[in-house]
Write a protein that binds this ligand. Structure first.
Ligand code: ATP
Ligand code: MG
Length: 149
């Protein structure tokens, strides 16, 4: 099913702002015409997991999150960037593992099972796509979903 990325984002933003219990600013840069071929529920959950993490691991400051989408010749990219606590290189290798949580992720009493990113990676591969991550400890993190165009 073809899903417009912009249509998915608005309800997700509302939902995560409401449950956050802290200041969360989310900006978007998603051209209206960009659509991905995916299962609607799974795509909603994939993006929801990334936004959930961006809020949860934002540390003590207001969460500033941006969601963007771009169409390239052979893929569609959807990225979620945060200004949160970041992830060190050694921990970055494990974040997609089932039940893995960065030890310091619990410091701010952040709850989780370590399943969100495992699900994201598994689902992206079932959609013929992938997920990549770039992070700088103390600065923030970007997760990028890659869909076949
Ligand atoms: P769950 O998603 O099952 O509720 P979780 O958030 O701990 O629990 P994942 O979403 O799989 O699990 O993330 C794994 C770990 O990666 C997290 O525990 C956290 O340490 C780290 N992490 C994930 N996203 C971010 C992020 N945006 N910034 C900093 N650390 C992150
Ligand atoms: Mg999570």
């Amino acid at each position: 099913e073809s899903i417009r990325v912009a249509d998915m984002i608005a309800p997700l933003i509302e939902q995560h702002k409401l449950k956050a219990g802290k200041q969360v600013d989310i900006t978007t840069n998603i051209p209206e015409n960009i659509a991905v071929f995916a299962d609607r529920t799974h795509f909603y959950n994939i993006l929801g997991n990334l936004i959930d993490n961006a809020v949860k691991y934002s540390g003590d400051k207001p969460a500033e999150i941006s969601v963007s989408a771009e169409m390239l010749p052979n893929e569609i990219r959807v990225s979620v960037t945060d200004n949160g606590i970041g992830i060190s290189d050694t921990n970055l290798q494990h974040i997609f593992d089932k039940f893995y949580r960065v030890p310091s992720g619990n410091l701010h009493n952040v709850k989780g099972f370590g399943l969100g990113l495992y699900y994201v990676k598994d689902m992206m591969s079932k959609h013929g796509g992938s997920v990549t991550v770039k992070s700088q400890p103390g600065k923030g993190t970007t997760f990028t979903l890659h869909f076949k165009n």
